[in-house]
Design a binder for this molecule. Structure first.
Ligand SMILES: [Mg+2]
Length: 361
């Protein structure tokens, strides 16, 4: 059973406010104060982010654009500019890194920070969170909300509590009570399907969930059972995982017409290799195992892998290994309808520093 150590950690969750939409309003004054949705306005478009003005009408991210427009007829659709968002994300990361190396990004605009021990030697996580918020505002002209607590689960709840442009601290004393009054659908890790299942079991709030025995939760929710059991008691031992990265990265294409020659297949592989390598560059990661996937016209699928002693340093190296794998498969008896390349054994360096005892959030 988790004992004290969990209460000694100092975790901050930082989350930008209506990120994509706020960036668009920052860069285009005309959009300020107006309901803005970032995303495609067309028939099958989806809202990627909604400004607070749009949210008042019930528009939210992941909502089909058609529905969003119905809810808010004056809604202004703006195309996303991911390079701008990524740039800001890097700026944020640089600010975080001045305080701690233990940063776990959840998305472009969200991250957990473990500041139990930090590079500035500050004892107050709340002060660190305030400083980070001020720095983000000064350097990006955007607002972020922060949650401070002794574990990830509560820190994330806290950052949501005073949004936008807010900061909230959940102390060990407040933790369990804070979770009790919360509707379960607001729990991080409880998706719509799980929330519906909990509803059907009569579980609506944290308190309802807390009343369930561990064995019952395990039976109903399998592996997630113990997680639910502990978080309703304000206990979450998951560490902040620095530089958490994907285990593999891959891309594939299905072709309009089947391919029969090595030359055609090799050409078709180029954009796939580009895509894989672009990810490696943007994430700064390198892999040493390449896997080629081939699906034939009759839907038979095969994969061929090869591991190098050290990670591929250049795209050319990855290309050469992929082509060699491909060459072995030719000539083919049947057409190739899909090709894919994935790169695995990605570098997984992480810092696992032992937090020290220190008090006060
Ligand atoms: Mg956000």
């Amino acid at each position: 059973m988790p004992a004290e150590p969990t209460l000694r950690r100092k975790i901050i969750h930082i989350d930008m406010d209506a990120f994509f939409a706020s960036v668009e309003q920052r860069d285009n004054p005309w959009l300020r104060g107006r309901p803005v949705a970032v995303g495609g306005s067309r028939e099958r478009g989806v809202v990627a982010a909604a400004s607070y003005e749009a949210r008042k009408f019930g528009v939210h991210s992941a909502m089909p654009s058609v529905i969003a427009k119905r809810k808010c007829p004056d809604l202004i659709f703006v195309k996303p500019r991911f390079d701008v968002y990524k740039e800001i994300s890097h700026q944020m990361r640089a600010i975080f890194a001045e305080y701690t190396p233990i940063i776990e990004p959840l998305s472009l605009d969200e991250a957990y920070l473990d500041v139990t021990e930090n590079l500035k030697g500050m004892s107050s996580a709340t002060r660190i969170a305030e400083e980070i918020r001020a720095r983000i505002r000064a350097e990006t002209n955007l607002t972020a909300s922060a949650g401070v607590s002794y574990n990830k689960f509560l820190a994330k709840l806290a950052s949501d509590h005073r949004k936008p442009d807010g900061l909230f601290v959940i102390t060990p004393k407040m933790g369990p009570a804070f979770v009790e009054i919360l509707p379960v659908r607001k729990f991080h890790g409880v998706g719509p399907a799980t929330a519906a299942k909990m509803m059907s079991l009569g579980i609506e709030t944290g308190l309802d969930l807390k009343a369930c025995p561990l064995a019952f939760l395990q039976e109903q929710f399998r592996k997630s059972g113990p997680y639910y059991y502990w978080i309703t008691r304000g206990i979450d031992e998951r560490p902040v995982r620095a530089d958490r990265i994907r285990k593999s990265v891959g891309a594939e294409n299905i072709f309009a017409a089947d391919l029969f020659t090595f030359d055609a297949a090799r050409d078709a592989l180029q954009p796939i290799l580009d895509k894989v390598w672009r990810y490696c560059d943007s994430a700064g990661s390198r892999g040493r195992t390449v896997t080629l996937k081939v699906k034939y016209a009759d839907f038979q699928q095969i994969t061929r892998s090869r591991s190098a002693a050290s990670p591929f340093a250049t795209r050319a190296e990855l290309e050469r290994q992929s082509f060699e794998l491909l060459a072995h498969l030719f000539p083919v008896a049947k057409g190739v309808r899909l090709l894919g390349v994935s790169l695995s054994s990605l570098d997984e360096e992480r810092t696992n520093e032992k937090p020290q005892l220190s008090l006060g959030l």
